[in-house]
Design a protein around this ligand. Structure first.
Ligand SMILES: CC(C)(COP(=O)(O)OP(=O)(O)OC[C@H]1O[C@@H](n2cnc3c(N)ncnc32)[C@H](O)[C@@H]1OP(=O)(O)O)[C@@H](O)C(=O)NCCC(=O)NCCS
Length: 243
C-alpha cells in the first residue's frame, strides 16, 4: 500500500468523494465554523491530508489533521474539532510555529472496516506530523457508538467499558490499543446548524414544535427553535492524546 497527499492525486478525488461521503448523516456537512476554515485548511495543510491506496489505485482509507500550538495542559485544549481548525488557521495567519498535530478525521472504506486499517492510517498521519515538526498528537474523537446514547453525557459514555476493561466504544478502543490516553470530554466539539426545514429534511421526519429531539446519527439531542427558525446540534467528542 502507498500513501499520497490528497492534493497530489486529483485522479482519485471522485473515488474519495464516494467513499468519504458514505456513512455520514447529512447534518455533519453543515458545521458553519468548520466550513469557514476548510478552504484555507485544504490550501495550507495539504501535507496532512492523506490517502492510503492499494496496488490497484483503490482508496483504502483517508485521514487529515491540522497543525496547532498546544502547551500540553487540559486548560489549553481547544473546545474540540471546530476550535482546532480555527486555531490552526489563525496560527498560520500569524506565521506562528505549530508543535501539535490534531487529527481531525479518519475513515476506512466501508468494506474494509474492522481489520485494523484505522490504526495504520493514524500512524501514517502521526508520522507525517512528526516530519513536519509536530511532536504531540491529539484527536477530538467522535465515538462510533455514541449516537446510540444521545441522552448520555459524554463524560459518562467515555467511561463505559466492556467486561474485559476496554472502552465500550470501538473507535475509542482503536485509539486506546495504540497507546492513546483519554484526556477529557470535548463538550462542544462541533456545532451543526440549519433552519427547521433543513433539520426536518436531514432527520427524515417532522419536528413539529420547539424542543429537543433525538435524531438518528446525532451524538446529542437537536434543539429546535421555531421562533428563530433554527435547529442547533452541539456535538461532544472525546479528547485523546497519542504517545
Ligand atoms: C471508525 C473507523 C475509522 C474505524 O476503522 P477500522 O479500521 O474499522 O477500525 P478497527 O479495525 O481498529 O476496528 C475497531 C473496532 O471496531 C470494530 N468495527 C469496525 N468496523 C465495524 C463495523 N462496521 N461494525 C461493527 N464493528 C466494527 C472492530 O471489530 C474493532 O473492534 P474490536 O476492538 O473489538 O476489535 C471506521 O469504522 C470508519 O471509517 N467509520 C466511519 C467514519 C468515522 O466514524 N470516523 C471516525 C470519526 S472521524
Amino acid at each position: 500500500m502507498r500513501t499520497f497527499a490528497f492534493g497530489d492525486r486529483p485522479d482519485l478525488h471522485g473515488q474519495a468523494e464516494d467513499i468519504f461521503s458514505a456513512g455520514w448523516p447529512e447534518f455533519i456537512f453543515h458545521d458553519p465554523v468548520a466550513e469557514r476554515q476548510m478552504g484555507r485548511v485544504r490550501q495550507w495543510f495539504g501535507g496532512l491530508n492523506l490517502l492510503l491506496v492499494d496496488g490497484e489505485d483503490q482508496i483504502v482509507a483517508g485521514g487529515w489533521g491540522v497543525p496547532m500550538r498546544w502547551d500540553g495542559s487540559l486548560a489549553d485544549l481547544p473546545g474540540g474539532y471546530d476550535e482546532s481548525l480555527v486555531r490552526a488557521v489563525a496560527l498560520r495567519e500569524a506565521d506562528g510555529q505549530a508543535d501539535t498535530l490534531v487529527i481531525a478525521a479518519a475513515q476506512v472504506r466501508g468494506d474494509l472496516q474492522g481489520r485494523g486499517l484505522a490504526a495504520e492510517m493514524l500512524r501514517i498521519l502521526a508520522s507525517a506530523g512528526e516530519r513536519a515538526g509536530l511532536e504531540r498528537v491529539i484527536a477530538p474523537v467522535r465515538p462510533a457508538l455514541k449516537a446510540r446514547y444521545p441522552l448520555t453525557p459524554m463524560g459518562q459514555f467515555m467511561s463505559w467499558t466492556r467486561t474485559d476493561g476496554a472502552p465500550l466504544d470501538p473507535w475509542l478502543r482503536t485509539h486506546q490499543r495504540m497507546g492513546a490516553r483519554v484526556l477529557c470530554a470535548a463538550e462542544r466539539s462541533m456545532t451543526m446548524e440549519g433552519s427547521v426545514g433543513d433539520w426536518q429534511k436531514w432527520a427524515g421526519f417532522a419536528l413539529p414544535a420547539s424542543g429537543s429531539y433525538v435524531v438518528p446519527g446525532a451524538l446529542a439531542p437537536v434543539v429546535i427553535d421555531y421562533e428563530r427558525d433554527e435547529g442547533v446540534l452541539v456535538e461532544p467528542n472525546v479528547w485523546v492524546r497519542h504517545r
